[in-house]
Design a protein around this ligand. Structure first.
Ligand SMILES: [Zn+2]
Length: 60
């Protein structure tokens, strides 16, 4: 695992290098054709809520 690569949150621009080790582990990465996208823990939580909020009511 490379730690020298700069990682920034795609949504709020937070710098992962400035997080504590424990928080850095909570970052979420998503890889697609255009590369790897990172979300900081707080944005990742919000993102998960967005996904849940968009679920059709039939799922409940
Ligand atoms: Zn963020």
């Amino acid at each position: 695992m490379s730690t020298s690569e700069p990682v920034r949150c795609e949504r709020c621009g937070r710098d992962r290098a400035e997080d504590t080790d424990a928080e850095a582990l909570a970052w979420a990465s998503d890889t697609d054709d255009s590369g790897t996208h990172w979300l900081c823990p707080s944005c990742a939580r919000r993102h998960v809520r967005d996904i849940e909020g968009k679920l059709p009511r039939e799922y409940w």
